[in-house]
Design a protein around this ligand. Structure first.
Ligand code: XLS
Ligand code: CA
Ligand code: CA
Length: 441
């Protein structure tokens, strides 16, 4: 088959001194970190939508990038050309997973029966392509936000007919995920939210979202889906209020409706910052609740209030992310680059350069997070900070043996407690810098 990206070679690790733009400087797939090769710590995935579909269209102008891959857009020939391009792309970068929405794969027809027929055809073609490679699906999902019928949401819509279309799409997307060996299935609540309470029954809408999710779990399990379902929290955009605001909100929702055994979180960095959190905050909240499943690896722009989906470049953030992931014992999902090139970076080479940046940033993050753990000063400090609970009255508190009256008596005896130990934030930040940058002369 003719190469689609002839100007880009297979990307290899050449190390930090290399000036070759088509080489990894830090991502060395076989390098062992804390007992595991990098490629196992970092199951990277390609996002079908941004990489193979998005052309850079924005509210003010047309696309700048040509993603026709030699075929006429809107045809099945184009759908297949995208598969060819995607597989060549993943092979050249050594990426082993992809993520997709149903409508990323084929042009949507007016009738859902025809859309589903096209999905069967393209998934057969993808399966053929997967043969003889180690490339698999990380997760699948249904796009329940683009079509005008979803203007008021999918699970949360006011129209029972639209709810049925959402159910039909979820069913088909689950079929495809299972067919392509997916590890997970994502619900990102695109338009599951509201603009004004004047026309909205929030309780009813949330109950219906839970109903759709329960049906998905029961259908998924019935066709042999063993992976995790994920909620991907996001606080706003496109809706003003989105129901899955952040990890804490989504976890509360899952517990309220008895869905917490089948679902975990898919945490996206850009959504975390839109919610007014750091990426690592969202990861920690998920992980302490046993719900850290997968990651959408990207970053936002702190000067802009929307979802810019940039390729990860911030090594501090990637290091803090990998620190959380290592502490959690890894992911059952992976790292999906839900990221797009900036509009003026419109060439095919830029598609590769974006992924090289992202993969190297996370490789650096992994190396540095492992060094922080091996260094041990941060861990030791945190342990020491809570040492007053290891003996005496503190131990009684955490063993649930103390009563309020007893503690009040203890306090009265003391008169006034000594101030808690210093938080030492500046010291810890300097330890962090030292591990990141080492000696510099
Ligand atoms: C949009 C979301 C979306 C999900 C999948 O903001 O990031 O792309 O990841 O539907
Ligand atoms: Ca995402
Ligand atoms: Ca996003």
């Amino acid at each position: 088959m003719k190469e689609i990206f002839p100007s880009v070679p297979a990307i290899r690790y050449e190390g930090a001194g290399s000036k070759n733009k088509f080489a990894f400087k830090y991502y060395d797939a076989e390098r062992v970190i804390l007992g595991k090769p990098m490629k196992e710590h970092l199951p990277f995935a390609m996002a079908w939508w941004h990489n193979l579909c998005a052309t850079g269209t924005d509210m003010f102008g047309r696309g700048t990038a040509d993603k026709s891959f030699g075929a006429e857009e809107g045809t099945m020939a184009h759908a297949k050309a995208k598969v060819d391009a995607g597989f060549e792309f993943m092979k050249k970068l050594g990426i082993r997973y992809f993520c997709f929405h149903d409508v990323d794969l084929v042009p949507e027809a007016d009738d859902i029966k025809e859309t589903n027929r096209r999905l069967d055809e393209i998934s057969d073609y993808i399966l053929e392509k997967m043969k003889g490679t180690n490339i698999k699906c990380l997760w699948g999902t249904a796009n329940m936000f683009g079509n005008p019928r979803y203007m008021n949401g999918a699970g949360s819509t006011n129209s029972a007919d639209v709810f049925c279309f959402a159910a039909a799409q979820v069913k088909k997307a689950l079929d495809l995920t299972v067919k392509l060996g997916g590890r997970g299935y994502v619900f990102w609540g695109g338009r599951e939210g509201y603009e004004t309470l004047l026309n909205t029954d929030v309780k009813f809408e949330q109950e219906n979202i839970a109903r759709l999710m329960k049906m998905a779990v029961s259908y998924g399990r019935s066709i042999g889906f063993k992976g995790d379902f994920y909620i991907e929290p996001k606080p706003k955009e496109p809706m003003k209020h989105q129901y899955d605001f952040d990890a804490a909100t989504a976890i509360g929702f899952l517990r309220a409706y008895g869905l917490d055994k089948d679902f975990k979180m898919n945490i996206e960095a850009n959504h975390a910052t839109l919610a007014g959190h750091t990426f690592e905050h969202e990861l920690r909240i998920s992980s302490i609740n046993g719900m850290l499943g997968s990651i959408d690896a990207n970053q936002g722009d702190m000067l802009l209030g929307w979802d810019t989906d940039e390729f990860p470049f911030d090594v501090y953030s990637a290091t803090k992310c990998m620190y959380e992931v290592l502490k959690a014992g890894g992911l059952t999902g992976g790292f999906n680059f839900d990221a797009k090139n900036r509009r003026p970076s419109y060439t095919a080479e830029d598609m590769f350069l974006g992924y090289i940046l992202g993969m190297d940033t996370f490789a650096l993050g992994l190396i540095k997070a492992a060094q922080l753990i091996e260094d041990g000063r941060i861990d030791a400090f945190v342990k020491e900070r809570y040492a007053s609970y290891e003996s005496g009255i503190g131990k009684k508190i955490v063993s649930d043996e103390a009563t309020l009256a007893e503690l009040a008596e203890y306090a009265a005896k003391l008169g006034a407690p000594a101030l808690p130990g210093s938080g030492r934030q500046e010291y810890l930040e300097s330890v962090f810098n030292e591990v990141l940058f080492g000696r510099n002369e």
